[in-house]
Write a protein that binds this ligand. Structure first.
Ligand SMILES: [Zn+2]
Length: 380
């Protein structure tokens, strides 16, 4: 990691409430206090330890502090979009690949503090699944089941921001999770503690993908363990892919970490994409080579697919990242959507922290990748 600059973290999520905070807390306290006494009795009867266990097992999707403040998102009707088939702009030069950051694993972030047992005793258990079943037809493919329940706020050009290489650098990954969403976060399957890291990301309103390592050009660059390589047979590829896909759940699909060699290999990509098709997953081509066959093989096999339009932080200077974000806006205006990929670098997170809150006011719809796919599906 080139930059070690970091700012003190601060809570970024806006509280969706209209009451002044102190007043709201007093109101909440006033409502809870009488039932809290009943809760205390229950706690005494069944044992606080058992209730603590209940809270811990059943609340991972939602930070306990938000239990009393979460408001259902307004449901907006979506006007059917009529879109021309997306035209992918020609790539004039192959983007170089960044060597994956291999920072030491810092100590895990502190666990979120569970709500007091007393609160769990008086509030209904938050068992609502992350994706309301009503929005997904039975038998829907996994990518749709795991897509963020999301309706674009308006019909302006869509921008999906994907952050790759998530999970290894815990501190910077947590900074990314704290950004306003929805973002789409692609996690390296060999990072530690992924179930917990990814649950926190999903609870914060982001979409999830698996960032499968694939062989790059140039033997001196290591994509990490379990990479898809041209020399591996299909059985071995499927074994490694299965390992990667087991690292956590709730993802819509896969994009490639590196892969400038592997994504040019049609037999290898057929093996990988056939398996993604079998599992109902999508594929985002990171486009680390201009000669990638991923999109054409995916379309052949009817795997929902889209390609990266802009890398945000190929040059990690703050000015370059801001210029890349301007390019993302230009692509979105031209083709109706843009998919950008960045990484958990300080310059990227700083630039996004400024850019994200203002993007809607400039007429763009910030969307998860699944929303781009849903709009592109009719045209393949
Ligand atoms: Zn990567």
């Amino acid at each position: 990691m080139a930059s070690s600059k970091s700012k003190p973290s601060k809570p970024r999520r806006a509280r969706p409430r209209s009451l002044p905070r102190g007043l709201a807390l007093r109101a909440l306290g006033g409502r809870i206090r009488p039932v809290a006494l009943a809760g205390a009795a229950i706690a005494a009867t069944f044992g606080a330890g058992a209730i603590f266990g209940f809270v811990y097992r059943h609340e991972p999707e939602r930070p306990p502090a938000q239990v009393a403040t979460v408001r259902p998102a307004p449901v907006r009707p979506t006007a059917p979009r009529i879109e021309t088939p997306p035209v992918e702009p020609p790539r004039l030069s192959a983007p170089a690949e960044a060597v994956p950051p291999e920072p030491p694993q810092p100590a895990p972030a502190a666990k979120p503090v569970p709500a007091p047992a007393i609160l769990a005793a008086v509030l209904p258990p938050p068992l609502a699944p992350a994706v309301p079943p009503a929005q997904v037809t039975p038998g829907a493919p996994a990518w749709l089941k795991n897509a963020l329940p999301f309706t674009a706020p308006h019909s302006g050009p869509m921008i999906a921001i994907v952050i790759d290489d998530m999970g290894l650098d815990r501190k910077r990954s947590a900074r990314v999770v704290g950004l306003p969403g929805p973002l789409t976060l692609a996690w390296l399957p060999y990072a530690n503690d992924l179930p917990r890291q990814t649950r926190a990301a999903r609870a914060a309103g982001h979409e999830l993908m698996v960032h499968i390592p694939m062989e790059p050009q140039g033997g001196d660059i290591d994509p990490g363990p379990g990479a898809m390589t041209v020399s591996a047979g299909s059985g071995e590829l499927l074994r490694r892919l299965d390992q990667g896909l087991k690292a956590f759940d709730g993802y819509i699909g896969v994009n490639n970490h590196m892969g400038s060699r592997f994504t040019e290999d049609r037999p290898g990509m057929r093996t990988v994409l056939s398996e993604l098709h079998r599992r109902g997953l999508m594929f985002l081509d990171s486009r680390t080579t201009t000669r990638s066959v991923a999109s054409s093989v995916a379309r052949e096999l009817q795997v929902p697919t889209v390609g990266r339009d802009v890398f945000l932080d190929h040059d990690m200077s703050p000015a370059a990242v801001r210029a890349s974000l301007a390019k993302v806006e230009a692509v979105a205006r031209r083709q109706g959507y843009a998919v950008a990929i960045g990484h958990p670098h300080d310059a990227t997170v700083d630039a996004l922290a400024q850019w994200l809150p203002a993007v809607a006011a400039r007429g763009f719809a910030l969307v998860p990748v699944s929303t781009v796919l849903k709009h592109r599906q009719p045209n393949g």
